[in-house]
Design a binder for this molecule. Sequence first.
Ligand SMILES: Nc1ncnc2c1ncn2[C@@H]1O[C@H](COP(=O)(O)OP(=O)(O)OP(=O)(O)O)[C@@H](O)[C@H]1O
Ligand SMILES: Cc1ncsc1CCO
Ligand SMILES: [Mg+2]
Length: 279
Amino acid sequence: MIEKAELQDLVRDAAACVRATNPMAPSITNTVTINFVANAQIAVGGSAAMVYLPDEGEAMAAAGPAMYINVGTLLPIYEETLPRTAARLAELGKPWVLDPVAVGIGEMRTKLLAGFKEQKPTIIRGNASEVIALADLWGLEGAGGESTVRGVDSTQGVDEARAAAVAIARYTGGAVAVSGEVDLVTDGEVVALSHGGSQFMTQITGSGCSLGGVCAVYAACAKTPLAAALAAVNVYNLAGARAEAKVKAPGSFQAAFLDELYLATPEDIAANPFDLEEA
Ligand SMILES: Nc1ncnc2c1ncn2[C@@H]1O[C@H](COP(=O)(O)OP(=O)(O)OP(=O)(O)O)[C@@H](O)[C@H]1O
Ligand SMILES: Cc1ncsc1CCO
Ligand SMILES: [Mg+2]
């Protein structure tokens, strides 16, 4: 099992590399939070580029060192864009992040998310209900749990998604990040439980979507998917807690949160409290 100090070094190095190299992590993401995703990616030191069209998804897969796909608000063109982009990413061996928003509603969403089983996303980032539902959709053994997805919000706790997250990570060989009051990140061998964040993160839309975009920025630099996902989760928990201490309500929280993402140093990000356990 990886030592905590070694994992912290990987997190710090990934965050420092992002600050030094300004990697572009292009996105195909939902229309609700697209602006917040781009701003969060930029605040941590990355750069953003959002596309919708099939040939542009393929072009971005080739252009960026990592990519982000979020199925929040599907449009008819995505039936073509998403499989073509994922196939190009797999062909090029590029890391990519999937947010399986609202898995379970609609035929196209179900078909697209079922199809991603073959391409094995490097990092899957979702709330507890989404991670449980994706493991179920993929028919993974040992996942356990019954999902009660209701739209885009979680109705379940992170603990309930632990078996599903571990099963998905063992299947993909990548990492899974489950968000909630305490965030869980796993590569199927270890489970990291990251602390911090803020109630206000549940009172603005897109803290989860933008966390996926930031996972993709770190995936451009990190030595392992686990380090990339933990760097993103740690900076979110750190910035959320710091921002909450400065504001009284959600609107100003969003602005303060972006400021704290920008201000967090690689050392701060590595030092955010987390527990490390065997999976
Ligand atoms: N109760 C809580 N206390 C502290 N932080 C929280 C809490 N719930 C969620 N968070 C933080 O909010 C961020 C997003 O997690 P959340 O589970 O809300 O994602 P989500 O449901 O996919 O969000 P969205 O779909 O609106 O983007 C994570 O960084 C997580 O740590
Ligand atoms: C509110 C909402 N609806 C579809 S995607 C999205 C952003 C949070 O997941
Ligand atoms: Mg979400």
